[in-house]
Design a protein around this ligand. Structure first.
Ligand code: HEM
Length: 420
């Protein structure tokens, strides 16, 4: 009998599942879906020796995300990821500590509400005209050349400009490359498997980001506006203003949770449609009917966030589909496996924008459901509508769409497109 005595641990498949999950959570292959399928078949609820449980079925993930007995605990998460003696004061962990996503209801709801106001469907609708203008301006520049690199030039251009606008920052002077490097270095530290070098780079990147954000906070203090940072500076919890460290950590969270994920969604939409030309033609012919549907189906078929991090800790024993997850263990939902669960979706490996009632797992669920989901969908819809209207004959150069796959995120590494 294996660890903890679960049926699956005693089974023939335990070693195989453990190896596949280890691979998916550290260095997933270019096409991870065969692995996600196999894991769901042989180990839908799997306990790793470290006490981390992975969930691979749509229904189990849906239940776990909504169960209040699973809580966030940044100290436990950091110790699990980095070892029991980890220095909790190191810069990147100190920043994690301040993130509102690490708190639990009811405190969580109070903190989240400041951010959520800027991300409601109505708030997003107000931003649409500006996002449309921005998308068009980026495409105007490329139209002259007849070609565009859709990842760095277009998708990141759109998502970075928009989050700057919401926060109230001018976009970075001299291009975004430097910022994005710092964000990437910090973001990499959230992967389940990290090296000391990744952590050092994360600390360095974060200290640069802290300094840059600190300067901007000072500017904003002198010139407040109708933006998220001003609201955070005016907010009070329990009668006291928020410390600058907390404002800065959450501004960094908003950037790191939004820029890459949304840019990856845009590039995934385009890759899926370019590789399924009949579906692209549907979008071109009837954008009012198919633009939203194409974004939703891409979220299911090839989501930009494949695995749910930060994980959730069982505050007490929780039973899922007859299996008891003991208090003190954590669960990690594998969204990409649930999104292709044949019990929930017919022909799950078929990309089909005429599908109905999709409800992908890709934005999570329950109290911590992604607050940026309306914004992310709007950005992808605007990008797709603009491209389909202006360049109905566009094609990938050499049919190439190299992937950038980390343990939690999937997008195109770069995407050269011939526009006409
Ligand atoms: C395609 C783009 C995006 C995807 C796939 C995505 C996905 C997710 C997922 C899976 C979670 C965890 C949810 C959970 O634990 O139940 C999350 C959380 C979060 N997302 Fe997004 N997201 C995207 C875009 C955005 C954008 C545009 C923003 C902000 C403007 C944003 C801000 C956040 C924040 C702050 C959290 C933490 C919420 C919490 O745990 O309390 N995301 N996102």
């Amino acid at each position: 009998m294996g660890l903890n005595g679960t049926v699956e641990e005693a089974s023939l498949h335990y070693e195989e599942a453990e190896q596949l999950i280890g691979q998916l959570l550290s260095y997933p292959p270019e096409d991870p879906y065969p692995l996600f399928h196999r894991v769901r078949e042989i180990a839908p609820i799997h306990r790793r020796p470290s006490g981390v449980w992975t969930l691979a079925r749509y229904d189990d993930i849906t239940l776990a995300l909504r169960d209040p007995r699973f809580i966030r605990d940044w100290v436990d998460m950091s110790r699990r990821q980095l070892g029991p003696d980890v220095d909790l004061a190191r810069p990147m962990l100190e920043s994690r500590r301040w993130q509102f996503q690490q708190s639990n209801p009811p405190e969580y709801m109070r903190k989240r509400s400041v951010f959520a106001k800027f991300l409601t469907p109505a708030a997003v609708d107000e931003l649409r005209p500006e996002v449309e203008r921005n998308a068009d301006a980026l495409l105007d520049a490329a139209q002259q050349r007849g070609e565009i690199e859709l990842v760095a030039e277009f998708s990141y251009g759109m998502t970075l400009a928009l989050i700057c606008k919401i926060l109230g920052f001018p976009p970075p002077e001299g291009g975004a490359a430097q910022w994005l490097d710092w964000f990437r270095a910090f973001g990499d530290s959230f992967q389940p498997v990290v090296t000391e070098q990744i952590l050092k780079d994360a600390d360095t990147g974060l200290l640069k980001l802290n300094a840059m954000m600190g300067d901007r906070l000072e500017q904003m203090r002198r010139r407040p506006g109708d933006n998220l940072i001003t609201k955070l500076m005016q907010a009070e919890y329990d009668g006291a203003p928020l410390p600058d460290d907390e404002i800065i950590a959450n501004a960094i969270l908003m950037f790191s949770a939004s820029v890459g994920t949304s840019a990856d969604l845009i590039s995934n939409v385009i890759v899926c449609l370019m590789q399924h030309r009949d579906q692209w033609d549907l979008v071109v012919q009837d954008p009012d009917k198919y633009v939203k549907a194409a974004v939703e189906e891409t979220l299911r078929y090839d989501t930009s966030v494949t695995v749910n991090v930060p994980s959730r800790l069982a505050a007490e024993d929780v039973e899922i589909a007859g299996v008891t997850i003991p208090a003190g263990d954590v669960v990690v939902p594998l969204f990409a496996a649930g999104n292709r669960d044949p019990e929930r979706f017919d022909d799950p490996d078929t990309f089909d924008i005429t599908r109905e009632d999709i409800r992908p797992l890709s934005f999570g669920g329950g109290p911590h459901v992604c607050p940026g989901q309306h914004l992310a969908r709007a950005e992808a819809e605007i990008a797709l509508r603009a491209l389909a209207a202006r360049f109905p004959d566009m094609r990938l150069v050499n049919d190439e769409a190299p992937r950038r796959t980390t343990s939690q995120q999937r997008g195109a590494a770069h995407l050269n497109v011939r526009l006409a």
